[in-house]
Design a protein around this ligand. Structure first.
Ligand SMILES: [Zn+2]
Length: 204
């Protein structure tokens, strides 16, 4: 009827090693992206959200904010208005993993997002560490259509231009950041806006 002590031990052990094994093998699935008409399809969106063990809505909101576009989920796929490339979407997902998944103390992905007195906190089940989730992107997401010269903001480089500058697409703007690599987050000051092009310099 009831499990013997040995069975319980065995069960507990299996659970522990199961968790550990998951941690060791944690790899973020590469985005499978293709263009369909005027939209971009992220085919394995559901798989990515479940691997990261994050709320699909949260991940989707982040993707939309970073891409500066509208879109929807469609079953396990995500559909974005506009054409985006695979590198860009992978860079955004890497940024998401850094900010919302990986523990900054132990580097493990065994974390949960917990809302603590209105502050979103990343709690780690592996080491017990916790930190507030960086809010830096929220500002940029708040109103991507109103960039002003002199504004300072944190941006994550999405891809490289042909000239080798980091590029960030933010709302209707394309922002260029010198000496920055895709996936890297940097603080920049907008020095000049020309149409939809924003020129920047590094801010301290
Ligand atoms: Zn940790």
């Amino acid at each position: 009827m009831t499990d013997s002590y040995e069975d319980l031990l065995k069960k507990a052990y299996t659970n522990i090693t199961g968790t550990a094994a998951t941690t060791e093998r944690f790899t973020v699935p590469t985005a499978r992206v293709f263009i369909e008409g005027k939209t971009t399809i992220l085919e394995n969106f559901g798989e990515i959200a479940s691997t990261l063990r994050r709320d699909p809505d949260h991940l989707m909101k982040h993707l939309l904010g970073e891409l500066g576009t509208a879109g929807k989920t469609d079953g396990t796929r995500a559909v974005f208005n506009g054409k985006f490339d695979t590198d860009q979407i992978n860079a955004i997902i890497r940024g998401y993993v850094e900010d919302y998944v990986i523990c900054s103390e132990c580097g493990k992905p065994d974390t949960r997002l917990v809302k603590d007195t209105r502050i979103l906190t990343l709690r780690c089940d592996a080491c017990g560490g916790h930190r507030p989730v960086r809010k830096r992107r929220v500002q940029a997401e708040a109103d991507p259509n109103k960039l002003t010269e002199g504004a300072v903001l944190d941006v994550t480089i999405q891809f490289l231009s042909k000239r080798g500058d980091g590029v960030v697409k933010l709302g209707r703007y394309t922002m260029y950041v010198a000496n920055a690599k895709p996936g890297q987050t940097v603080k920049v000051r907008i020095t000049r806006i020309a149409g939809s092009i924003a020129f920047t310099e590094r801010a301290a």
